[in-house]
Design a protein around this ligand. Structure first.
Ligand SMILES: Cc1cc2nc3c(=O)[nH]c(=O)nc-3n(C[C@H](O)[C@H](O)[C@H](O)COP(=O)(O)OP(=O)(O)OC[C@H]3O[C@@H](n4cnc5c(N)ncnc54)[C@H](O)[C@@H]3O)c2cc1C
Length: 326
């Protein structure tokens, strides 16, 4: 058993940035184990995603759709993956860490009686009976080495730590029928209220403009930052202080108890750079900070820092960018 399976939740027709990183992670696992990588796309977007997924260096792409997989529930996803794995030998079964895999992977581990490591940052080694991974603990202040001793292990990765693979020759695609009766009889999917926005999704955006308490809320500094985000075609993010104040919705929160992001450019405005916030954005490629306090901890991780009042600096920056883009 040396092969790896990466499971991708195919809710829509397009592969997301974290899906691509999960494939990169899968290739690392497969190479460490001396085997090959297969992909399993689960959900209504599986067929549409299969073509692009097949060009990412995997040996084979499997798709599974059907009525029960139309909407995500942990029971159905764990059951479908367990069904797929029956009679198939994989050394590692992995996925990107996200709200779904945080829920259904532990369930799958229990169903398979397999050990699991979650939110892995690095693959150390994958031997026949022992797999070793590095994961962050205590808000990223400590790195833990985790050893899983079993012939089959489950592992989720922090997507921002792994590079998407280069495109390669197309792998074969095979549709697998989902079994019936996966849904738990005591649980019914009622509906989903998805927020709509013209701005890019936080997890997918190349540029994020992130706002802190220093903006003084939606009546004052936040609209200035929104304008900057629009000029840059950036997503908006926020600190927990902003969310707790009710200035922005929960889905915008970045950090230990929010989203973990790693865009090309992260522009931190009027936020101090608390350890909990840094836990969600410190892997951004370039960090730009605007803060009036030169001692603010955000400057310790910033590549470019501007000590200035945001109420002057942000409109100036926006105007300069607008002028440049005509
Ligand atoms: C268990 C736990 C989990 C947490 N999880 C998260 C999390 O996921 N994400 C998160 O963000 N926080 C989290 N927090 C909260 C965190 O500890 C901080 O309280 C929070 O990040 C602070 O937000 P802030 O930087 O917006 O506010 P502040 O720390 O108040 O910083 C405001 C900054 O704005 C600057 N400023 C003020 N006025 C101006 C101006 N006019 N121009 C320029 N700069 C200005 C100030 O100098 C200051 O640096 C968590 C806390 C706990 C205990």
């Amino acid at each position: 058993m040396t092969d790896t399976l990466i499971v991708i939740q195919a809710a829509s027709g397009e592969l997301g940035k974290s899906d691509l990183s999960a494939v990169g992670f899968g290739l690392e696992l497969a190479s460490a184990a001396g085997g090959q990588l297969d992909l399993l796309l689960l959900g209504p977007g599986a067929e549409a995603q299969a073509g692009p997924a097949a060009a990412l260096g995997a040996r084979q792409v499997f798709t599974m759709g059907g009525a029960e997989l139309e909407t995500y529930t942990a029971e159905v996803f764990a059951g479908a993956t367990a069904f797929f794995l029956e009679g198939r030998s994989y050394r590692c079964v992995g996925a990107a860490t996200n709200s779904a895999s945080r829920e259904y992977f532990p369930r799958l581990a229990a169903v398979l009686d397999a050990p699991m490591a979650s939110d892995v940052l690095e693959v150390e080694s994958v031997d026949p009976d022992r797999a070793v991974f590095t994961r962050a603990v205590f808000v990223g202040n400590l790195l833990a080495t985790v050893e899983l001793e079993a012939p089959r292990v489950l592992v989720t990765c922090r997507a921002s730590e792994f590079e998407p693979p280069p495109s390669s020759e197309a792998a074969p695609i095979e549709a697998v029928d989902a079994p019936g009766g996966l849904a738990h009889p005591g649980k019914a999917f009622v509906g989903i209220e998805a927020a709509t926005s013209d701005r890019p999704d936080l997890k997918e955006a190349d540029i994020i403009v992130s706002v802190g308490r220093g903006t003084r809320g939606p009546e004052e500094g936040i609209p200035l930052c929104e304008r900057l985000a629009d000029v840059l075609d950036a997503a908006l993010g926020a600190t927990r202080a902003v969310v707790d104040a009710g200035w922005m919705a929960n889905e915008f929160q970045i950090g230990q108890t929010g989203k973990i992001v790693a865009p090309e450019v992260y522009i931190a405005i009027g936020l101090s750079g608390s350890i909990q916030h840094l836990a969600g954005m410190r892997n951004s490629r370039t960090i730009v900070a605007i803060n009036k306090d030169p001692e603010a901890p955000i400057f310790e991780v910033a590549d470019f820092g501007l000590v200035a009042d945001l109420f002057d600096a942000v409109p100036e920056l926006t105007a300069a960018l607008e002028k440049r883009s005509g």
